[in-house]
Design a protein around this ligand. Sequence first.
Ligand code: ADP
Ligand code: MG
Length: 246
Amino acid sequence: MSAIETTPTVVHARGLWRTYGADETAVAALRGADISVFGGEILAITGPSGSGKTTLLNCLAGLDSADEGTIDVLGTEVHGLDYEAAVEWRRQNLAILFQDPGLFPYLSARENVEISLRIRGIDRATRKRSTTDALERLGLGNHADHRPIELSGGQQQRVAIARALAAPPKLLIADEPTAQLDADTSLLVLDELRGAVETHDLTVIMTTHDPTAQAFADRSVRLVGGTVLDGGTASDEVTVSDQEAQ
Ligand code: ADP
Ligand code: MG
């Protein structure tokens, strides 16, 4: 039996095109990209700079709209959501890690994590406990009261990861989550992702240039020139031969 039959598909996106600009300045960031992601896996998306990785993640998260194609994420047709519905859908289902940690500058590490739990309606006692636990697991127990300006880039990135995982979502979409981290800290973060996958049935999609992160993933696909190579589904051979047949 193939993985498709045994594992629920969390992401099923087909034929995604996204062009920025118009006429001679137009850039086709996605050119018919297909991708499938299965429940409980860590999928790495690799590919050269400018190949469309961030654009693809933004489209999957409903932060950007593909010009063509269909995107089903967790049973929701993301391409059909209006702005308000997309915001609510993300709040309930997703955590997103951008390349920029995006912390509130006047809030401490602890407050930055806690505020995201508050937005999700989590009660005060659970917020407090989950925030402390997440910061400690990411090695930031002694930095909980520091503001972003008092933290290194890597520490800020770890606060953002603690924020994403303090109350694990169904799907984590992460753009180069280990790019700013040293080797030991990368492993700490990847272990944390694996722990959340195993304990909370989280699914992870991450773009990465980091060979350690790629090796750590359950599966990887490669984006080149806005097209997914190496198969966008678990049954790579079928997908590649299907594409060639068309
Ligand atoms: P990657 O994340 O793989 O480096 P991106 O998705 O960021 O690639 O970019 C893919 C292509 O689309 C690049 O040529 C980039 O310059 C272009 N691009 C991305 N976002 C925009 C935008 N908002 N406006 C114009 N061009 C963009
Ligand atoms: Mg990018």
